[in-house]
Design a protein around this ligand. Sequence first.
Ligand code: HEM
Length: 257
Amino acid sequence: MRRRHQVDKLIYDQIQEHRAHPDPSRTDILTLLMSARGEAGEAMTDVELRDELMTLLVAGHETTATALAWALYWIHKLPSVRQKLLQELNSLGDDPDPSAIFKLPYLNAVCCDLRIYPVGMLLLPRVVKAARTLMGYELAPGTVIVGSIYLTHRREDLYPEPEQFKPERFLERQFSPYEYLPFGGGSRRCIGLSFAQFEMKVVLAEMLSRFDLALADNREVKPVRRGLVSAPNGSVRMMVTGERLHSPTPQLTSSSV
Ligand code: HEM
């Protein structure tokens, strides 16, 4: 409760600061949320703004950031993956449209095979409403069940050599929502799915087109539980080894994701 109070204070201070100094030219997410209007022309209340920011911070930020860290790891761990990706990105020319980036098949396949270490290992819990039998188990009303994304993504019959990062598997066949579910499923599926996929692809395309990156060490990175998500054990340290286009941050020489 104390921590929640501290977080609330930080967020409400930001909201007050934005209200005190309105600047429509700003493009940060809070400014955009504050300028949004409902069907009757109404703006969001402070509590609604706080709730939206909490969703973005708690459900949206770490999940996507962690998936990006895994993507950078695999792309640079496996030179052939990086090469194919760069080839595909180059085909779009300079300054590509984000929607063209979003549709790139190999980039999409790379993001899909992050299946190997799903950021969310489990679905959110479901409660059985009416008695039923599932794969021989009698499920009484009130029983709480939690589906395992991790185990589904490790099924050999669906994903041959499940321990291998192989984007091609997503080019060779299509998976049903019961076979591939990094964002969960059904009516409570992740509300941020499209946003996260779009963000990841644009960020990866931008980073890979601007910088030559390399893993800072050869360590094998494995997933560990971190709060609600599973994440790399330690940071995935990267080095900038070269720069392709003019970058506004030339002083950047190394970073840790
Ligand atoms: C790579 C990024 C992300 C992954 C892997 C991910 C994964 C998941 C998973 C597995 C669930 C549980 C779904 C279920 O039980 O069926 C979930 C729920 C949710 N996610 Fe995400 N998520 C990501 C990004 C985001 C973003 C960017 C947002 C917000 C902008 C977000 C907001 C939510 C919310 C609000 C729920 C609860 C939905 C509900 O209960 O109706 N997530 N997410």
